[in-house]
Structure formats: C-alpha cells, structure tokens
Design a protein around this ligand. Structure first.
Ligand SMILES: Nc1nc2c(ncn2[C@@H]2O[C@H](COP(=O)(O)OP(=O)(O)OP(=O)(O)O)[C@@H](O)[C@H]2O)c(=O)[nH]1
Ligand SMILES: [Mg+2]
Length: 614
C-alpha cells in the first residue's frame, strides 16, 4: 500500500521542518540518532541559506502504508520544478503560514495542483506564532480555492492546524495537537492510492532528474503501470504526443540500477511496481518528460514542458588585473566545460555561445537560480566575471516586443506605504490589490516589469527600515514598458591599485557607503562604494595621512569607520549597471567598471554623448 504526496508552499512556510517531524514520528531515525535540523536540506548552500533549492524524495511508513513524500522548494525561481514534481504524486499537502497567509507562490503551486486534479490537504502552519491568525488564513485559503475554480471535491479538503516546529497537528483549534497523528491519518484517508495496473506493461514518466558522476543521469518518477526489474530491457521514448509511438529510433537499454526511497536513504532494489516512486539509471538519453516503457508496449505519456528562462547574464573570463590570483579554474575552456556540464542536471538553464570565446550567455529563471550556480562554481574554485542581468524579451502575435512581468507582493507597516508606492510608480508598476489584514500592516500587490525590480530590494529595505517583506514571482509576458531609470546613486571608483587605508575611508564615508574595508586590495576601475549622490566619482582609497612632526602614525588608526556594505552575489546582480561587472572568485565578490581606467571611461562617455546628440 502506497501514498504519494508532495508538500508545497510559499518559501519559508515550514515544509522541510515538517518533513523532519514526519520522519522522526514515523520512526525513520534510530533511537538517539543525532539528526540535524531540516535534515532534507542536505546540500551546503541549502544549509547556509536556510532554504530548499532542490526537491527531494523521502518515504516513511505509517500503519503499514508507505508514504512517499516529496519536499519541494518554495522560492519562486524553482516553481517549474514543483510543477514537474506534481506529476509523480497523487495528493498535495498545501502548507500556509498562519500569519502570512497565502502568498504568490502559494497561489502558483496551488493552481498547478488543482489543475492536475490533485486532492489537497491544507495545513495552516506555525500556529505557535504570536501573530498567528489561523481562522483568517483558513478563510483566505478557501477564497483562493474558489478563485482558482477548485472542484467541489477539492473544496472539501481537510484543514489541519499545525506547528512544524513542535511536530503537532489538530483538526480543531480548541483541542491543541500533541503529535502528527491527525496529519498521517488525513494522508491515509484523503490521498488516493496510486491507480496504475501492476500487471500491465511497464510505463513510467521521468518527472525529475538526478545526476551522479558514477551512474550519469538518473531518472526519478512514479511507475504508472506494471513492474520494472534490474536487467530488464526497457525503451526510453522520445518527447512527443501521448499515445503509441511508431518511430523506431530511440534508446533501448537495460536498467542497471533501481532504487526506492526510505527515510533519508535510497535503497537499491531488484524490482519495483506500479504506484511506487523510483530512481533508475542505465540510459544515456534521459530527459524530463520522456516515457519509459516495456519494449513491446511503446505508449507515450503526456510530457512535461520545462519552463522557459526569463533572464540571462554573461559569464566572462576574468580579465581584471587580479585575474588568476584566487581561483583554480580560470580559463575560457574550463568555464565553458563547467557551464555545459551544469546542463546535465539543471534543466531550466540554457547556455549559449556568443561572438567572443571568452563570453557565454547563461539564462535561467531568476536571480536566485543564476546566483546559486555562481555560488556553487566559486566554491568549486572557479573565477569569472558576470554582467548585469537582462530580461529575455519575446515577440508578440503582431510582432511587438514583449517582456516578462512579475507579481510583487509587499507587506509593510502602514506608515511606509507612501514611500513604497512613490518608488514603485516610476518603475512602471501597477497596483492590483491592497489589503489591510490588521495589526498596522498592509499588503500591496503590483504587476511590474521584471526590469523594474532590478535594484529595488536594497532601496525597499532602506525605505522601510528593514520592516518590510517583499516577494515576487514571474507572472506573464506583457508589452515592453519602455526605458526605465537606472540606479539613482553613483559609485565611488578606485583610481589606482593598492591596499585600502582607513584614513582615506574616514574622509569618504561622509558622502558614501563603502563596500571595502582597510587592508582590502583594490585596482583602478574597481568599485569601492556607493556615493550618496548621482554620478560616479573617482577616488583614492589608498591615500595615507601625511605625517607631521606633531602626530604619530598611531593616531591614524583612530578613525571610526562605518561597517562596509556586504556585497552578496544576488545583491550584486540586482545592483550593477550595464557598464559594470561582477568579479567572482572563491575568496571575493568585487564590483568593477567594464572600462577600467578613468581616462578611457571619460572618452567612452564623450563618445556616447556625441552619438546621442547626432
Ligand atoms: N514558529 C514557527 N516557526 C517555524 C515552524 N515551522 C518552521 N518554522 C521556521 O520557519 C523557517 C523556515 O522553515 P523551513 O522548514 O525551512 O521552511 P520551508 O518551507 O522548507 O522553506 P523553503 O524550502 O525554502 O521554501 C525556519 O526558521 C523554521 O524554524 C513552526 O511551526 N512555527
Ligand atoms: Mg524547505
């Protein structure tokens, strides 16, 4: 007996924490086994950032039933992956934060799940929060279901009130839960068992991929029909319309390895049957959306479209003055090989060559998607440069230019509503909803060109003094919104190479926010900080104080410096302008001007003015 369940939600609503507790309470860990918190977030970047990046399978047993669970990422850049995963489950657990309520990503994943006809179970989570309002959120979820045209059966979904952290669930708010028993019961009662006929010919859809350097591509999916055994000769049909496949050219091969899921482990098995979720290897042409079948019954299942990328950046070989000092892999050959290797597992990514062998254009689903790749590569020892992200435009039905639009949700204290609207207006946003759920907070929803959001997050945090929360996700393609103003403030550009000196920063910090600290090495053309005014400024951050007879050097150290702004990759991607680059190395993230010498920049600016005037 099997149940297949995906846990879906907006980012941070408590999915992975809930899986921890499900594993624990179902006895997946040995007595007194030491298990880390959010154990499913197993890769280092996930642990560091506290978010799930890759969906992962696990399974527990409850009352003799095997429950396959897929923990999914909540960040909107990975929404496409969640969508694919829904094809291998028979039910979804929709988690909604008891204070935040349904968010853009909740809406997105719920819409996809309902459209596939999946039956939801709803968990209003984090009811332990001081600001939790589970009843209000319950109503909001029902409202969302109605909006999304849920069927009567889907509308009848069971609601649970849960605390992932405490590991409790209850169906009645006035009877506090003591464990997850009500959740497990709801899963057994409301998630239908998988339907496939175990006696029919083998058939399975590839819903997600894994990769190992030893086994190559690994396909993960639910067996729709029949059984599969290690050593079986099996067909892997090409992508296309569902139904009987008549062409002859596709891969037929033997299954070399077969795994099912159990707790934190993948268990190697000899045979698996209809309804179970398995991982299998032995095929070279594994791709998302392809169908595995028995050789004598090549019936293709409806495929899965992989979402199109919306933004792209250039990866460029590091040609700055510090090139090669900090990275192990720096050549264009190494960069190219690494980027193409990424395509093995990162299905929503595209890599293209450009006119220059030193530059590759890499496209993805958002800044986080691309930022994670950059971060992973720098940890592996790569060094490279990255351009400002560009949105990927399309042509509309009448040949007009279209660009991606995002849905932006902002939660701010009422007092900051004005400044948020004032800043978003010129970014070509359009307010679509305003709600006032109480407690002095307002929730504003906007439709805004993705370009309009570049650089906004840091402004938003400053404007709302860190009290605001913003989320955005891709909505659709709409008309090109025309030119948008860039960054308002100029930058301080180092005018020579050397080590940064405290004295120099002391003089500059009145009119600037620095990105560097004393001792940092800078080069001419590197960006050292942000000016408080428009227009870039060339500065000497290596300038020592002139010694006089009266003072000793010791007193130079007395300058009190503001801490520098921490430049993360995602921040840098949102921050830089077209004439700037990000230099990424295992040790540093530096911002620089594309044109390094002040003289050449002046010449370029003059040429641009002349071109504008003519
Ligand atoms: N108060 C409270 N906090 C919780 C609860 N569940 C999770 N959290 C906290 O919420 C944060 C996010 O939890 P995760 O389990 O990583 O959330 P997630 O939904 O898996 O996040 P993504 O995978 O990134 O979408 C963590 O700091 C948790 O400790 C809960 O029931 N109550
Ligand atoms: Mg998670």
């Amino acid at each position: 007996m099997i149940r297949n369940l995906a846990i879906i939600a907006h980012v941070d609503h408590g999915k992975t924490t809930l899986v921890d507790q499900m594993l624990r309470q179902a006895g997946a860990f040995r007595a007194n086994q030491q298990v880390e918190e959010r154990v499913m977030d197993s890769n280092p970047l996930e642990r560091e950032r506290g978010i799930t990046i890759l969906a992962k399978n696990t399974a527990v047993r409850w009352q003799g039933v095997k429950i396959n669970i897929v923990d999914t990422p909540g960040h909107s850049d990975f929404g496409g992956e969640v969508e694919r995963i829904l094809r291998m489950v028979d039910g979804v657990l929709i988690l909604v934060d008891a204070a935040e309520g349904p968010m853009p990503q909740t809406r997105f994943v719920t819409r996809k799940a309902l459209a596939l006809g999946l039956r939801p179970i709803v968990a209003i989570n984090k009811i332990d929060r001081a600001d939790a309002e589970p009843l209000r959120v319950h109503d909001e979820v029902l409202g969302l279901f109605i909006d999304l045209e849920a069927t009567p059966e889907q509308l009848d979904a069971p609601f649970l009130y849960t605390s992932s952290r405490a590991g409790t669930a209850t169906t009645e708010l006035d009877r506090p839960g003591t464990n997850l028993q009500p959740l497990f019961q709801a899963i057994l009662d409301h998630v239908p068992p998988p339907k496939g006929d175990p006696e029919g010919p083998f058939q399975m859809l590839v819903s997600t991929l894994d990769f190992s350097s030893f086994l190559g591509r690994i396909a993960i999916g639910r067996i729709e029909r029949g059984r599969v055994r290690v050593g079986d000769q099996v067909s892997l049909l090409p992508l296309g319309q569902p139904g009987l496949v008549t062409e002859e050219t596709y891969e037929r091969n033997r299954v070399t390895r077969l795994y099912t899921f159990d707790g934190l482990n993948r268990v190697e098995v000899d045979v698996a049957g209809a309804g179970d979720i398995v991982a299998l290897s032995g095929f070279e042409t594994i791709e998302i959306g392809k169908t595995f079948t028995a050789v004598d019954a090549p019936e293709r299942l409806a495929g899965i479209a992989v979402e199109e990328p919306t933004i792209s950046v250039d990866f460029i070989v590091n040609n700055g003055p510090f090139a090669g000092r900090e990275g192990k892999y720096v050549t264009s050959r190494q960069l190219k090989d690494r980027l193409y290797r990424e395509l093995e597992r990162n299905v929503a990514l595209r890599v293209e060559e450009t006119d220059s062998p030193d530059t590759h254009s890499v496209s993805g689903r958002g800044e986080l998607h691309l930022g994670i790749l950059m971060e992973t590569m720098r940890r592996e020892g790569f060094e490279f440069q990255v351009s400002r992200p560009r949105v990927i435009t399309k042509l509309g039905p009448d040949g007009e230019r279209l660009e991606p639009y995002e849905e932006l949700t902002v939660d701010v204290p009422e007092d900051y509503m004005g400044v948020v609207m004032e800043k978003l207006g010129p970014r070509r946003s359009e307010m679509t909803e305003m709600r006032n759920p109480g407690q002095g907070m307002v929730r504003l929803t906007f439709r805004i060109p993705a370009r309009g959001l570049f650089g906004y997050r840091s402004e938003f945090l400053t404007d709302t003094r860190g009290t605001g929360i913003m989320h955005h996700r891709f909505l659709d393609y709409g008309p090109w919104a025309g030119p948008l103003a860039g960054r308002k403030r100029g930058v301080l550009v180092a005018d020579r190479e050397g080590a940064v000196v405290a004295f120099a920063l002391g003089n500059l910090q009145e009119r600037a926010q620095m990105f560097v600290t004393p001792g940092d090495q800078v080069y001419e053309g590197m960006i050292a900080g942000e000016s408080s005014r428009p227009g870039d400024m060339d500065v000497n951050v290596t300038k020592e104080k002139k010694l006089t007879n009266m003072r000793t050097t010791a007193s130079d150290d007395n300058v009190i410096l503001e801490p520098p702004r921490q430049i993360t990759l995602e921040y840098a991607l949102e921050y830089i302008e077209e004439d700037e680059l990000i230099e990424v190395t295992p040790k540093n993230i530096r911002l620089r001007k594309r044109v390094l010498t002040a003289n050449d920049r002046k010449k370029a600016a003059r040429a641009a003015r002349v071109a504008d005037a003519s």
